[in-house]
Design a protein around this ligand. Structure first.
Ligand code: 5GP
Ligand code: MN
Length: 336
């Protein structure tokens, strides 16, 4: 991490009295992992940071130390808005456009605090005081390790910080199966294991604690809801609200389902459409050179990475799928 960025953040930390860490809506493992790692680190530096999120996150991340201190706007909106308004330093982690924090966007835009952004998505917008945007990394969690290291504080990385960073790295790389070709990821991971983190237990807690209904929802999606477009190397799944209700859907239950499309021989693009209140949540995954971050930004006002992206589509489920199928041929050179 650039020394100029580190020394400027040091300057801001020196005078900061109230620090808030914010991460994106529907936080995933990297969002929560990076936030908790930074939170533990700042506490060790005698700060009193607070983590604020716009929506709740899945139970399979709640076992992480400190997760019960995270303030969730859907449960404590007034407190979250007050913390943002009164902060003098805000860290924005794992997102790079203000509207990614949905109902807290206005609070962030109006905040008097200096803003430090640390993120790994494509196409950052320029809203922070200081920005470290790096796409050639596994995750924001890896960047938090680099940040702590840059601060000269690698010795402060303990088992709680290391565990949170490891969760971010494995969830953003599908356990080292994509976005995982950076030597630094393994150098950092090696240092995490030097803190005696328990890789087997972490994997179990993140991936093997689903409900029975979630597994049955996955089975139903794969057997009944998967559509293949062979001439365009595409597989997609759609889930209606009624189906989610039928399978007792809870937060995080759709996580990972989109990836199954890519396990079919020849498929290079996988999509998941899930019906939410007032919009369709689209998840895109690709294998190879097709940049789904560009597709999400260009056609659906979303964003993300080269091989994993998403968007909210303010249309019906059928209209969203029709729109997707209409734009697919534009990318046929990648989908042959
Ligand atoms: P997922 O499909 O797992 O929700 O998201 C995949 C990637 O796309 C993540 O890195 C996530 O941050 C990004 N992403 C998902 N939805 C949106 C969206 O609505 N807007 C933007 N800008 N990025 C999104
Ligand atoms: Mn991430």
């Amino acid at each position: 991490m650039e020394t100029a960025f580190i020394s400027q953040v040091k300057g801001l930390l020196a005078s900061a009295k109230s620090i808030v860490i914010i991460t994106h809506h529907n936080p995933d493992g990297d969002a929560i992992g990076a936030s908790l790692a930074l939170w533990h680190y700042l506490k060790k530096c005698d700060h009193k940071p607070e983590i604020v999120v716009s929506s709740d996150f899945p139970d399979f991340y709640k076992w992480m130390k400190g997760a019960d201190s995270i303030k969730i706007a859907t449960k404590e909106r007034a407190l979250c808005e007050k913390l943002i308004a009164e902060a003098d330093l805000i860290f924005c982690l794992d997102f790079n456009m203000p509207d990614r924090i949905e109902s807290l966007t206005d609070s962030l835009i109006k905040a008097k605090a200096k803003i430090v952004l640390i993120d790994h998505h494509q196409a950052p917008t320029d809203f922070a005081t200081l920005t470290h945007s790096q796409t050639n990394t596994s995750s924001t969690s890896e960047l938090i390790f680099d940040f702590i290291s840059g601060m000269g504080d690698e010795s402060k990385v303990d088992v709680d910080i290391a565990t949170a960073i490891y969760v971010g790295i494995i969830t953003d790389t599908g356990s080292f199966s994509y976005n995982c070709d950076y030597p630094n990821t393994y150098a950092v991971t090696s240092k995490l294991f030097a803190q005696n983190i328990n890789g087997e237990e972490i994997h179990h807690r993140v991936y093997n604690t689903f409900s029975e209904s979630r597994l049955r929802l996955l089975g139903y999606c794969l057997s009944q809801k998967l559509t293949i477009v062979p001439e365009l190397a595409t597989a997609y799944i759609s889930i209606t609200k009624e189906e989610m209700k039928r399978f007792d859907f809870s937060n995080g239950d759709s996580e990972g389902i989109v990836n199954y499309g890519l396990t079919i021989k020849g498929v290079k693009l996988a999509a998941l459409f899930s019906e939410r209140t007032g919009h369709i949540k689209l998840s895109l995954r690709s294998y190879g050179n097709l940049n789904v971050g560009v597709i999400a930004r260009k056609h659906f006002d979303g964003g993300g990475h080269k091989n994993a992206s998403g968007a909210n589509i303010y249309k019906s489920l059928d209209e969203a799928i029709a729109e997707f199928l209409k734009i697919l041929p534009l990318y046929k050179e990648y989908l042959a």
